[in-house]
Design a protein around this ligand. Structure first.
Ligand code: ASP
Length: 331
């Protein structure tokens, strides 16, 4: 019987220590040895887990597509041997990793729960222990009386969120994540309540596999009033490498209507580059054509990203370009 959860530790604050042992104000760095920290919390031994540690452990500011592929590979290699997976991760780029994994892990029918903390596990007043224990219980599903969640998700503080809908919204607060365009898939208080009609169905095809050749030749550009279109153009005049652009526009997907700006977008499109329009707003979605200011973007070859988060948009584009699709297929 499969009765364990695999914890995959990539790094992040949850397992960090002060760089100068005796100085609580010294910068935080990943600890070399998780066991040293975890042994201060004997309650963790009550849970059926195995542990895999990345070497080196990283601050998630150093996360990369290569490491996503590595995480996916570890899950693939161990897929049949565990009920589910907990990925310990720095909070800063956790939403990118969750999004990337959601596209790469195909026919997933086990939980992959990302979590971390705002304060290290080793510190007395930390959010780490509860985040970790709850993530283990969600990943372990019916072993702990929790409904199976067959998807990549983020658990933080009191909320289980779909991974590719999540965003880090607070740099210090314990309620650090939110899912602005999709409701919570689980609410966690005294009970762990998984909201059945919000989670994905189990895949019909049971053959789990990893589909991950991420191509990072993409860029995110954010509009602001006064942006000189020539600055934008000069980026693309100097390289033929970029294959995809995420354009963070205003409101419902609006952008300047000047000929000069639109001509720059046409120039970018003419190079076979996919331009995806997503909103700068925290919540809501792109409605191309609602205003003239977005209707003109369609003529310039821009496609709507509807309600994708920036994290999901950029990783989805990396995934699609990585698959070798041409511009039209990606669109
Ligand atoms: N800088 C840290 C990281 O992302 C922050 C955290 O874990 O909360 O690795």
């Amino acid at each position: 019987m499969i009765d364990k959860v695999l914890i995959i530790n990539t790094g992040g604050t949850i397992g960090m220590v002060n760089s100068e042992k005796e100085d609580p104000n010294s910068p935080l760095r990943p600890a070399n040895n998780w066991n040293e920290i975890a042994k201060e919390h004997p309650i963790l031994e009550k849970f059926l887990t195995d542990y895999y540690q990345f070497s080196p452990l990283i601050d998630s500011s150093d996360m990369s597509p290569e490491i996503w592929i590595k995480i996916a590979g570890i899950i693939e290699k161990n897929y049949e041997n565990y009920r589910g997976f907990v990925v310990l991760h720095g909070t800063d780029t956790m939403a990118f990793t969750a999004s990337a994994l959601s596209f790469m892990l195909k026919n997933l029918d086990k939980p992959v729960v990302l979590t971390g903390s705002q304060v290290p596990l080793q510190f007395p007043r930390s959010d780490a222990l509860q985040n970790l224990i709850t993530a283990i219980q969600i990943a372990g599903n019916d072993l702990y009386g929790v409904k199976l969640v067959p998807e990549v998700c983020i658990f933080f503080r009191d909320t289980l969120m779909r991974g590719n809908r999540s965003r880090k919204i607070d740099a210090t607060n314990y309620f650090g994540f939110s899912s602005p365009n999709y409701p919570a898939i689980g609410e966690i208080g005294g009970d762990i309540r998984i909201i059945k009609d919000r989670i994905l169905d189990r895949p019909a095809n049971k053959n789990f596999y990893v589909d991950g050749k991420m191509n990072s030749k993409v860029i995110i550009l954010e509009l602001f009033p006064g942006l000189n279109p020539q600055y934008l153009k000069s980026i693309f005049e100097n390289t033929d490498e970029i294959k995809g652009v995420i354009l963070k526009t205003f409101g419902n997907g609006n952008a300047p209507t000047s000929e000069e700006f639109l001509n720059v977008l046409k120039y970018i499109s003419s190079k076979g580059i996919v331009i995806v329009d997503i909103t700068q707003c925290t919540k809501g979605f792109v409605k191309m054509g609602l205003y003239e200011a977005s209707a003109k973007l369609t003529d310039a070859g821009v496609i709507s990203g509807v309600d994708l988060t920036p994290e999901a948009a950029v990783t989805k584009l990396m995934y699609l370009i990585g698959k070798g699709y041409d511009t039209e297929a990606i669109k």
